[in-house]
Structure formats: structure tokens, C-alpha cells
Design a protein around this ligand. Sequence first.
Ligand code: GRF
Length: 213
Amino acid sequence: MAEEVFVSPRKAGRIAVFLSGRGSNFRAIHDAILEGKICASVALVFSNVETAPGLLAARERGLETLYLNPKLFPDREGYDKEAVRQVRKRDVDLVCLAGYMRILTPYFCREFKHHCLNIHPALLPSFPGLHVQQKAIDWGVKFSGATVHFVSEDVDMGPIVIQAAVPVLQDDTEHSLADRILVEEHRIYPEAVRLFFDGRLEVRGRRVFIREA
Ligand code: GRF
């Protein structure tokens, strides 16, 4: 069977950011858009947490926000179906997960295959899941870092777009390591989104190639 190849579109795209917390990665992406570094606009900032500081920041920036209460839905699939409907309604090209603390259903992942990115604060495939900075320290690795990857049905396991390594220092705490990784997150997530809308990401199986400009 021929290998499936995806090439990201070269266009002024529309982004939906999904977040559940402070939203610093959302702000980094939006700042890069405002600075003219990414040819895109934020069409929606979506959250499952009504009080997420990231939602507030989005409102202050004049962006459209939507909070969807998980308790109003019988199951996760019902929730994700409505989330997909809301995103589609706004003609979105790319969903950026930025600290979105809900596991997406296979339905959502299929709907946005090759059109959904996530940022993870470790060098995947090491340390998927939660509390990964502490896990990296406890394991004794000398480097950890950040990963931007396409979202697939297996949590934290989709094709890797960009990684940045960060040394783990002897006196690191979970927080000091997280802070150092976050600096890299804010650099590589906007960069990945920029490459996406410059039409430069080519996905072949598990591998993502960055095309020449
Ligand atoms: C980041 O560390 C990101 O890698 C992880 O969740 C955190 C979100 O931080 N997925 P913020 O809300 O973007 O500040």
C-alpha cells in the first residue's frame, strides 16, 4: 500500500486554541501572530474550564472564546462532537492544544488528523502523560525538553514536528525544570504553527519533514 503523505496548506489559516489553564503557550502563539511571524489568525479559544486564566487572557485580547461545560454531556464523545461542531462552524484549519487537560476521543483525533498539534513538556516518546518534569528528574535523565507533535489517537504519540532539549541540572526541582522547558515551549510552538501555515510540514507515516522555504 502506498504511504499516505500529508502536506500542510500554505495559507492565511484559522486557528482554534484549546486550553484548560494559564494559557502561556496560547499567548506565545498569539504574540507571534501579532508580530507578523505567523500567517494566521486565532478564530476561537476553547476551554473545558470556565475559570481558566487563558480564557480570560483571550477575552482581554478581543478574541472569541467558548467554554463548554463537560457536565452537560452524557459522555466524552458527546462533548467532543459538540467541540468539533463549534470548531468546524468557524472554518478552522488547525487546532492547537495548549495545556488542554482532557483526553481527546478517537472521534476528535480522526476529525482533525494532521490538523491538530499539541505541546508536551518532555522529549517524547519518553515521559508521556502528566507530572513529566518530576518523572524526568526521578528517572535521572540528563536532558529533557519540549515536543510539538501532531495529535493521533494514542495520547502523546503522534508524529513529532519539533523538539528542543533542556539539560536537567543536579539541583533542579519540578518547578525549576518546568520553567526552563517552558521557555523552549514558547519558542518551538509558534515556530511549528508558522511552518504549518507556510506549507512546509510534510508528514510521511511517523516522520515529519520540514520542506525548504
Ligand atoms: C505546558 O507545559 C504544556 O507543555 C503542557 O501543559 C502546559 C500548559 O501551560 N501540555 P500553559 O497553559 O500553556 O501555560
